[in-house]
Design a binder for this molecule. Structure first.
Ligand SMILES: [Cu+2]
Length: 185
């Protein structure tokens, strides 16, 4: 059944290709992309190459309707030979996207803003992940919806600005709540 459908779709695409090559190409590419994406349980945005920087696995998690904040995560690889620094982030979903770190201080998990951002040493990868370094979307303008994407502009000290999308995964699937420090007030 699936095979028959695929054959029919291919035939249709071939016919369309004869009639309107560019449209058929676009459609086939989009379809393939979508099918591949649906295979993944965990949503991650595609890798983005930005000069010497490789931005990978960008994701966030769905939020409850009135959640005040949300985290953002990705890996940043610096393939260059000079250090880089992530100094700011912006998003239409928040008037104030901050760079945060969670760490254990005197046996208490604390979250703090990093006013100087995050250094990405030459040749190294820095991971922003739940429980550690992260982007923090303050004063959320609207909830993050699973399956959608959240655009964010990363601002690097040397390389400048790059727009990426965070893929929105399931709400708190891990049960690990890295936003409780903010939700308390
Ligand atoms: Cu935070």
């Amino acid at each position: 059944m699936i095979r028959m459908f695929s054959t029919a779709a291919l035939a249709a695409a071939s016919l369309a290709l004869l009639a309107a090559p560019s449209f058929a190409d676009d459609h086939a590419a989009a379809h393939t992309d979508h099918a591949a994406h649906a295979d993944h349980d965990v949503a991650h945005a595609p890798e983005v190459i930005f000069g010497d920087l490789i931005l990978g696995g960008a994701f966030t998690r769905a939020t409850l309707p009135n959640a005040p904040v949300a985290g953002g995560y990705l890996t940043i690889t610096n393939s260059g030979d000079t250090a880089e620094r992530l100094i700011d982030a912006e998003s239409p979903f928040s008037p104030d996207v901050q760079i945060h770190e969670m760490s254990v201080v005197n046996d208490v998990m604390e979250m703090r803003q990093l006013p100087d951002g995050i250094e990405i040493p030459a040749g190294e990868t820095v991971t922003l992940a739940p429980g550690g370094l992260h982007l923090m979307f303050m004063q959320l303008a609207q909830p993050f919806v699973e399956g959608e994407t959240v655009p964010v502009t990363l601002v690097f000290e040397t390389a400048g600005r790059i727009d990426i999308d965070l893929a929105v995964g399931a709400f708190g699937a891990s049960g690990h709540d890295d936003h409780s420090a903010h939700e308390g007030h």
